[in-house]
Design a protein around this ligand. Sequence first.
Ligand SMILES: CCCCCC/C=C\CCCCCCCC(=O)SCCNC(=O)CCNC(=O)[C@H](O)C(C)(C)COP(=O)(O)OP(=O)(O)OC[C@H]1O[C@@H](n2cnc3c(N)ncnc32)[C@H](O)[C@@H]1OP(=O)(O)O
Length: 421
Amino acid sequence: MTVTVTLEPAGRCRWDEPVRIVVRGLAPGQPVTLRASLRDEKGALFRAHARYCADAAGLLDLERAPALGGSFTGLEPMGLFWALEPEKPLRRLVKRDVQTPFAVELEVLDGHEPEAQLLLGRAVHERDFLAPGVRREPVRAGRVRGTLFLPPEPAPFPGIVDISAAGGGLLEYRASLLAGKGFGVMALAYYNYEDLPKSLRHVHLEYFEEAVNYLLNHPQVKGPGVGLLGISKGGELCLSMASFLKGITAAVIINGSVVNVWGTLHYKDEILPPVGFNQNRIKMTKDGFADIVEVLNSPLEGADQKSFIPVERAECPFLFLVGQDDHNWKSEFYANEASKRLQAHGKAKPQVICYPGTGHYIEPPYFPLCPASLHTLVGTPVIWGGEPRAHARAQTDAWQQLQTFFHKHLGGEKGTILAKL
Ligand SMILES: CCCCCC/C=C\CCCCCCCC(=O)SCCNC(=O)CCNC(=O)[C@H](O)C(C)(C)COP(=O)(O)OP(=O)(O)OC[C@H]1O[C@@H](n2cnc3c(N)ncnc32)[C@H](O)[C@@H]1OP(=O)(O)O
């Protein structure tokens, strides 16, 4: 009997949607190895594999069959995606061009041998980043540099500014996926991109104010304010924007800091100096990667208190999404200190959701955990923290939580894809 591999939805779906993988035509109880692979746009190979046994009818349904070993174990229908690992270490899976899908090849190999060779069947599944009808508009307005993603009509849509981690350039994939949920989302570049500043040594909030006003004044975006979504340095900048700027209705902070880090922050006649750090507190892992989680000074002591972002000035609700094993910095501490500062000034207690075993890069669902990679600012590879399975669970939950938060505070049609897993 011919072995067939089917993935539902067939052919193509959004990267943040689960797929149902079923293999048919196997012998009863047949041991097989499933192997997933994809290449990013720079040709870097990412692979995962897992061992299974067919049921008495020769069928293998990953929603019912536990993995017996390999890249992961247990009942993990999407494990072949979130457990992908780079062939070369230190590569993080990122999507640079959201107008093309990632093509994921799925092979079914006979047996459980480490190098199971007999290919029984294969399928290729395209996982894309633009839902049907989502429009991609490059933004070159005044100084603002970014890309706006708009859902299919009818407009207007609630607007969100999406700010990524330090690294420079412009990553659009979170914004493009979120636009598929009914939001107008602008991925905003802020340094080392086109004619923007080349470094973070001095950050002027007026640039971000111009970006907020651009989005608020867009004919397809409805007010009265916009949402902010930021991860890492992007989360820190969202906290500063919510504290100093007007027109912010909701803010989601993913592993951001409540203290100004690395460069001096300027807004009108105010400045926040960067918090101090001590390189001697950098630890080295047995693999030779830097662990920088202790390197920053506490913003509660001495002169470093001047670097604390005045979140008490913000007028919007906050959702903090925290990886409790974040090794870039102390995200849980920062979220708790922000919460204390807000409540001490009579502001609403923010929502803080902490995820155990979860590292720094809490990405949209099914992105594989990156254990370590180059830190642009530190100039050397660092560990980001997290354990793959827990991190994957956190990404799926965090993605739903931020959509719920933005729908609640910004409105908009509920285009949320409820993850079945
Ligand atoms: C001096 C010691 C000081 C110590 C004290 C430290 C002080 C403070 C510590 C805390 C600092 C907190 C900073 C703020 C918080 C954060 O934001 S932490 C998050 C930091 N994130 C990064 O640094 C991202 C690193 N950059 C990247 O991963 C890549 O730039 C990119 C994947 C985002 C995009 O890459 P692209 O723009 O396409 O760059 P390229 O020109 O292609 O490649 C340049 C180099 O980037 C690395 N790189 C590229 N792609 C990847 C990838 N997919 N995965 C991992 N790394 C990638 C790579 O090194 C590239 O160089 P090569 O091509 O390999 O030569």
